[in-house]
Design a protein around this ligand. Structure first.
Ligand code: SF4
Length: 261
């Protein structure tokens, strides 16, 4: 039987356009730090203090009923497992191949192992947003916003590490690449209506709309986030699936990692 092909001209295009980042820094009153090529516990403690303030500010600016904190860890606590990245493909995730920060474009587990092995110290960012944003039906419209808040925390914590002299600091966060509006509620509505949605600009030969800000998902680079947070002494995570009613879920945790040195 011959397949019916919808002519390009008849396709209904989504009107979604990706939000561009504001490239201007918020303030210009900092003294530069010397380059640091060795671990320094005093600086780490200062970084952890500033990171906790960043997390607090992101939550309060967003008027979100959430909690969060940052904790210094050593990178031997980070668990990598190839099965995690394979889970992006089997079964195929909605993000697979859709952004530069998702598989197959994101660093592989082997590449991430090389990256993690090059660092000894890191910060684990933990974020506990409202449960109802992450169970059905809230996750369709709210989860995206919380992933953006986590992305903002991680990118600001990474920047703070560089302001303190750790110029090779590198941040990753849990969840899909959504900073520009990809997978926003409007995007998901158009997707469900079968409209043709725009490609991630980076996959279309253009600059990422959230360049220097968008982060690969920890899962997309093979980090077993559950095992890592348990290793780091964080609250024991729960597996949350759509059929879990909000009242049965004690808390929802999202996490990021900023490698320092
Ligand atoms: S890589 Fe950049 S442009 Fe592409 S989906 Fe992520 S934030 Fe948007």
């Amino acid at each position: 039987m011959q397949r019916k092909v919808i002519p390009e001209i008849e396709r209904y295009m989504s009107k979604i356009s990706y939000k561009r980042r504001n490239p201007l820094p918020e303030r210009k009153d900092r003294a530069p730090s010397p380059v640091r090529r060795e671990p320094d516990m005093e600086v780490f403690v200062e970084l952890a203090k500033r990171s906790n303030k960043i997390i607090e500010d992101v939550i309060s600016n967003a008027k979100s009923n959430s909690t969060g904190h940052a904790k210094l860890i050593t990178t031997d606590k980070i668990v990598l497992d190839p099965r995690v990245r394979w889970k992006c493909r089997i079964p195929v995730c909605f993000g697979y191949g859709m952004t530069l920060n998702c598989p197959p474009h994101s660093p592989t587990t082997e590449e991430m192992r090389e990256i993690v092995d090059s660092y000894k110290h890191a910060l684990l960012v933990s974020f506990y947003p409202p449960v109802e944003n992450h169970v059905f039906p809230g996750y369709l419209t709210q989860a995206h916003g919380d992933v953006n808040l986590l992305n903002e925390m991680v990118s600001k914590v990474e920047a703070e590490a560089t302001y303190l002299g750790y110029y090779l600091a590198m941040g990753f966060k849990g969840g899909p690449c959504v900073g520009c509006g990809f997978l926003s509620p409007e995007y998901v509505v158009d997707l469900n209506k079968g409209k043709k949605t725009p490609l991630c600009p980076s996959l279309d030969g253009q600059m990422c709309s959230q360049y220097l800000r968008a982060r690969p998902a920890l899962e997309a680079v093979g980090v077993d986030v559950f095992a890592t947070v348990i290793n780091c002494g964080e609250k024991n995570p729960y597996v949350i699936n759509p059929q879990h009613p909000a009242e049965s879920v004690p808390y929802v945790g999202w996490h990021g990692i900023v490698l320092i040195i």
